[in-house]
Design a binder for this molecule. Sequence first.
Ligand SMILES: Nc1ncnc2c1ncn2[C@@H]1O[C@H](COP(=O)(O)OP(=O)(O)OP(=O)(O)O)[C@@H](O)[C@H]1O
Length: 773
Amino acid sequence: MDEKDWKQERERLNDVLDVIDTTAEKLQERKGGIKDRVLDLRKNFWEDVTVNLDEPDDVIETQASLKQQAELLSERERSHGQLSEQLKTLARLKESPYFGRIDFQEQGEQGPDKIYLGIASLMDEQEDEFLVYDWRAPISSLYYDYPPGPAEYQTTEETVSGDIKLKRQYIIRNSQLKGMFDTGLTIGDYLLQSVLGNNASTQMKSIVATIQKEQNQIIRNEKNDLLIVQGVAGSGKTSAALQRVAYLLYRYREVLSSDNMVLFSPNPLFNSYVSTVLPELGEENMQQTTFHEYLDQRLGGRFDIETPFAQMEYYLSASQQPEYETRVTAMTFKAGTQYKKLVDQFIEALHTGGVEFRNVTFRGTVIVDKESIAEYFYGLDPVMSLPNKMEATAKWLLKQVDKYAKGQLQEDWVLEEGQLLEKEDFLSVYQQLQEEDASSDDPYYDFVREEELLRQKVIDDNFYPLRQKLKRRRFFHAEKTFHKLFDAEVVVDGVKLPENWPEICRQSLELLEQRKLTWEEAAPYLYFYNRLVGFQVNRSIRHLFIDEAQDYSSFQFAYFKEVFPSSRMTLLGDYNQAIYAHASTGQTLLSPKMGAKHERITLTRSYRSTRQIVEFTKALMPGGDIIEPFNREGSKPLVTEVSDQQKLKQQILQTIKGYTGADHQTIAIICKTMEESQEAYQLLREETEAKLMDEETHTFQKGLLVIPAYLAKGIEFDAAIIYNASAAQYYRELERNLLYTACTRAMHELAVFSIGPMSAFLQQLPEDLYEKA
Ligand SMILES: Nc1ncnc2c1ncn2[C@@H]1O[C@H](COP(=O)(O)OP(=O)(O)OP(=O)(O)O)[C@@H](O)[C@H]1O
């Protein structure tokens, strides 16, 4: 690239910056004008409305006038809001107007078009030419998908073919052109190198300038309702998912908003970690939640729901406890399709009998007893669905309650309670009397009518909670009905039950009776409950994203499909990072055998860690040879065996010192469990400023952190220290995955310690992959 190129590019950049400035000035002026008008409108709102309530026609006219005025005001307020958004985007563009360019010669056209790509589009002052194209525009996909040479892109109407003559990248910071280079096949290894070489951040960054071709396939994917992404650790799954949200918001901006999208993420810490990416791109964040939060909203009032982390903690550290094996088998079995089949069969059987009902009582008197409810329920047309039967029964019961309530009107207690009503209630009775125009000349009539109204008020108030309960289907006992699933006499047809099913049943009942819902039972129970009363279907969600999808069970997935029937789904995950007990059977949502019709994209390139760290971590996994490191050099991981905890402490302190000296700003000591994290924290707290991260931690900070591996999921650190990767700690297959997950959090440095002999997973690694201390 010669001086002439630099001169031209600098001049162009200055021209674009001028346009940004003038556009911003114009918008600012318009915004000021609108603001004045909004203030005026608010001030004079009532003066500009004709208020006349004399005749019915006048009332209608007044209403129309009010509506018109309110619409005008909100329309102005909206344009004011939109202008503010546009100004924010311009401010972001000014900082760095574009990051790439392609010169594209369309077939049959003369001379190539210069297409500059940025985070938003910008037009020239005459508004007839794009100075910058939004990275999500159809033509921009050329930049991500092709090296120079023949290329094509898809618009909504057609495929446009041509030739890319040039592909160039820019580094523009603070409105200054700091660097540029022409690239070949991949989008500048150089730029990617420099981005990936930076220190880890406590917030995820947008990757629009360096999206890789295979990631672009995920971002712009529109073919299937179900997209499954299996990507190795650090391959950019989460990054691609977030850019995909931004892309969809752009592509369907007329019909889709951030409220129509939801991301299920592994933990609240992760939620805050990714929360800045979309705002950085000028988009609002989608809804974000965790599955536990979601279940807790639905069932939290009735049960104490175990968190997935508590389940994991139990799985990893309670092996000495009685009944451990039973519980672990339950974790696996209840996550799978066989258990779903069992629950489905159980629900089917409830069509003919088995639902437990409650007496409907009022002040200790049974209005309708449970036997009569059962008789009514099971007397309904057998072809009706269970939710319809529930609805019909609720209606019938409400009628019975109404009848009973009428009968109570003249009872003494009603009058007695009437005396205790609040002043406001008397006032409202009085007002009602006046409205009825009943305050006749006959004082006796007034007296009688007043008492009647007071009695009615007492009855309404007293029966309100009961009516609400009936509407919420509390006339049947969901929990007791569910307990029957674990009764010996449940008939199962074609379900492969685990050998220790009787023990599982006993344990399940014990837990349920204490109102404890284990993590493996939570989704099945909610599914069961909804099959009885009807699913609260959410049709407003159009796109559902599930990150770390390998951690969800097929039962949970089945639940998602019921609740979000109108939603497209993107599942992203890595089966090598499956760490929950149910994955021990080898089946996860990402397994190639997934039944539903779907498209599958596999990412094998790992961007997060240095080549040396990737070579080390890939060797930990069977089949890991498909993992390709991105070429970024660093030092080999360090593996150290020590004899006891005091030696471990010395070594870790020394390693931390080295890392801090090398300017690494986020250093994580990753432990197997929370229990071990507490131990590590106690060991180091006096000599360091370590912070302990737990389930309750919602934001992640710089510095030295002590964290269990399952909370570090999805997050990355400049340097990772594995606290104790000993043979005693990591030996089961899922612990291999846990160790892999922990090690793959490191971007630049990795140190693995072990008290006593190291885990067999490490022992089998070729020795040239690490330095041994
Ligand atoms: N195209 C890219 N350009 C720049 N950085 C990238 C790109 N793709 C991925 N990265 C970086 O690689 C790191 C890993 O990305 P991300 O967290 O999205 O991966 P992941 O597949 O979700 O990882 P894991 O499964 O290990 O949690 C991040 O720092 C991300 O910014």
